[in-house]
Design a protein around this ligand. Structure first.
Ligand SMILES: C[S@@+](CC[C@H](N)C(=O)[O-])C[C@H]1O[C@@H](n2cnc3c(N)ncnc32)[C@H](O)[C@@H]1O
Length: 197
């Protein structure tokens, strides 16, 4: 994750009383969120290898590194579970911000957005809106046609939920072909502190 992405997470987190991050890995983005957020950041990850010959096996090393990098934050809550299991432990409209950076397949992103959006009050956003992960682009464009923004100089997509109820996703619609969309937001300043990784 780039320094500009981390800076945006850090600054955005400052306006949030509670955050859930889906997909934390070694804690790089978690560090930015915990540094900025005045309230609780919940990191959700199963820390299971998803690809290759060791697919399905527990990533003990990644979880240990995650704890080394961010375990000292007093505002961090860790849920070691699949996203769609973890979401069941949250009440609707109980989280200010949800940041999705877990399963990057079309089906995975769509399932995560649909599961977590009822829980989010202010903002739902996610990482890797770029050509290397077309499933992210397809899911976001299908669920939020014309309603999401991509943070300048980043590959973070975001949907503001406080503006009006029409920001909720529209299911059953086909999205446009993946393309680029840029908002007029100004770029952020210096990067947030983050773990060495
Ligand atoms: C790209 S990494 C996250 C990177 C992290 N946000 C950062 O910036 O350092 C994706 C993570 O999502 C986790 N993940 C993928 N699918 C998941 C799922 N369905 N439930 C929970 N965690 C998942 C993986 O274990 C992995 O650690």
């Amino acid at each position: 994750m780039s320094a500009i992405c981390l800076q945006w997470l850090y600054e955005t987190a400052q306006g949030m009383a509670s955050i859930v991050e889906v997909g934390s890995y070694k804690g790089r983005s978690t560090h930015a969120l915990c540094s900025g957020c005045p309230g609780t950041v919940t990191a959700v990850d199963h820390w299971i290898m998803m690809f290759g010959p060791r697919a399905g096996t527990f990533r003990a090393g990644a979880l240990a590194t995650f704890k080394e990098n961010v375990g000292h934050f007093k505002n961090l809550n860790i849920i070691q579970a699949p996203s769609l299991e973890a979401v069941l432990t949250f009440k609707d409209a109980s989280i200010d911000m949800v940041f999705i950076d877990g399963d990057h397949s079309y089906e995975g992103v769509k399932a995560d957005v649909l599961a977590w959006i009822p829980k989010a009050k202010k903002l739902i956003c996610g990482h890797d809106y770029h050509g290397a992960t077309p499933g992210v682009i397809q899911a976001v464009e299908e669920l939020f046609p014309g309603r999401f923004r991509v943070i300048p100089q980043t590959n973070i997509w975001a949907v503001d939920l406080e503006v009006k109820s029409g920001d909720k996703p529209e299911t059953g619609k086909r999205g446009r072909k993946p393309g680029t969309r840029k908002s007029k937001e100004r770029s952020p300043g210096s990067p947030a502190p983050r773990p060495d990784d």
